[in-house]
Write a protein that binds this ligand. Structure first.
Ligand SMILES: Cc1cc2nc3c(=O)[nH]c(=O)nc-3n(C[C@H](O)[C@H](O)[C@H](O)COP(=O)(O)OP(=O)(O)OC[C@H]3O[C@@H](n4cnc5c(N)ncnc54)[C@H](O)[C@@H]3O)c2cc1C
Ligand code: FES
Length: 351
């Protein structure tokens, strides 16, 4: 039988029950206690907090995200740490005005479509057994069958479609989840164990400033959710979507965005950029194209998503253009290699 422990969260003075094999973050998110987190795989360090009392296992925490001296000081990455006794943790819980947090829950999904949409890229559409409320930009975890691991993918559908999720997935050579499953054996009709929603990369509806959205590769997925949501809501918020890719074979959903642009010419601008191919659209690194388009980015917000080096480069570009860290939201698509090598993190941002 699995033992269960009590986790007390200070300064909230909330108690949640946590199984011995359950990450502390997971228990909190399911109980409606929202703690800061991003990757949920022990890589980024966003969920680091102080254990005030009791014992935990660090499990799969990256040595880069949680250094030896921090472990000795009683710090933990709660997205992977599990309790071995009752514990008390001190959480840095920010209350963000106007944000609704949706508790994490389990779902059973059925694959209804799986298509190649670009080079090494698939669109996976899954029907859920019940509605999943979420904020546009958040992600889900899929259980990789028979491997005892989960992989995270951002939802490209808007919250108005809560029981059919769209994922856009790029193949990682040698990857367990993609090469070993989604690009190998997964088929229409298959059942998938899913949990969600996760993450704090989502549209801040309280920020009406024009938003610059920059996605590299499948980093476009959560941005599609944001774009569709904003246009559906009819708030009039101005959106500039930049899609960075190497060549035309890597672009997808181009017609979809061009059509949206034609329907909302004063609100939505779509800029696909190719870094390794001449064509009749924007050519160069996506960051250089943004840089040329905006004299200053002051009075904007930005949402950056994709491979960590691209996110880092975009962050630096925007800051040179006078955007402050508080105006920039980022999602780094970390994978297992980032956990082993430390990935790329800017000291400028906590998220
Ligand atoms: C919040 C979040 C949202 C994401 N959303 C998306 C999305 O919408 N679309 C998308 O395509 N991706 C997304 N990702 C990335 C995705 O979760 C996976 O990391 C990616 O698909 C690779 O998974 P994998 O199982 O195929 O590869 P993994 O098994 O994670 O392996 C990745 C690479 O690391 C290598 N590797 C494995 N172990 C080690 C080791 N110990 N040392 C060195 N190298 C190692 C592997 O050989 C492989 O090349 C997201 C990631 C995060 C954190
Ligand atoms: S959320 Fe825990 S390390 Fe990233």
């Amino acid at each position: 039988m699995t033992d269960t422990y009590t986790v007390t969260i200070e300064p909230l003075d909330r108690e949640v029950e946590c199984a011995e094999d359950q990450p502390i973050l997971d228990a909190c998110l399911r109980a409606g206690v929202w703690l800061p987190h991003a990757c949920t795989h022990g890589t980024c360090g966003t969920c680091k907090l102080q254990v005030l009392d009791g014992d935990i296992e660090h499990n799969d925490a990256s040595d880069f995200a949680l250094m030896e001296f921090e472990r000795n000081e009683g710090k933990a990455l709660v997205c992977v740490a599990t309790p071995t006794s009752d514990v008390t943790i001190e959480a840095d819980v920010e209350i963000e005005e106007g944000v609704t947090f949706h508790p994490v829950d389990d779902y059973v999904g059925t694959v209804v479509a799986l298509d190649d949409i670009a080079r090494e890229t698939r669109r996976l559409v899954i029907d859920l057994d019940k509605d999943m409320p979420f904020n546009p930009g958040q992600y889900v975890m899929l259980e990789v069958p028979g491997q005892g691991v989960t992989r995270t993918y951002s939802m490209a559908n808007p919250p108005s479609e809560p029981n059919r999720i769209e994922l856009q997935i790029r193949r990682t050579p040698g990857g367990l989840g993609t090469d070993g499953w989604i690009f190998k054996s997964l088929a229409v009709g298959d059942r998938i164990a899913i949990s969600g929603p996760y993450g704090r990369f989502f549209l801040r509806e309280t920020r009406p400033e024009p938003a610059i959205l920059i996605g590299g590769g499948t980093g476009l997925a959560p941005l599609k959710s944001i774009v569709r949501h904003v246009l559906e809501q009819g708030t009039g918020q101005r959106l500039y979507l930049y899609q960075g890719a190497r060549g035309q074979a890597d672009l997808y959903d181009v017609e979809f965005y061009r059509e949206l642009e034609a329907r909302h010419p004063d609100q939505f601008t779509y800029r696909p950029c190719l870094s390794h191919e001449e064509w009749d659209g924007a050519t160069g690194m996506v960051t250089d194209v943004v840089s040329a388009d905006f004299e200053t980015c002051r009075k904007h917000t930005a949402y950056l998503c994709g491979p960590p080096p691209m996110v880092e480069a975009a962050l630096k570009t925007l800051m040179r253009k006078r955007l402050f860290p508080k105006d920039i939201y980022r999602e780094d698509f970390f994978d297992a290699s980032d956990k082993a090598t430390g990935g790329v993190r800017s000291p400028l941002l906590r998220t």
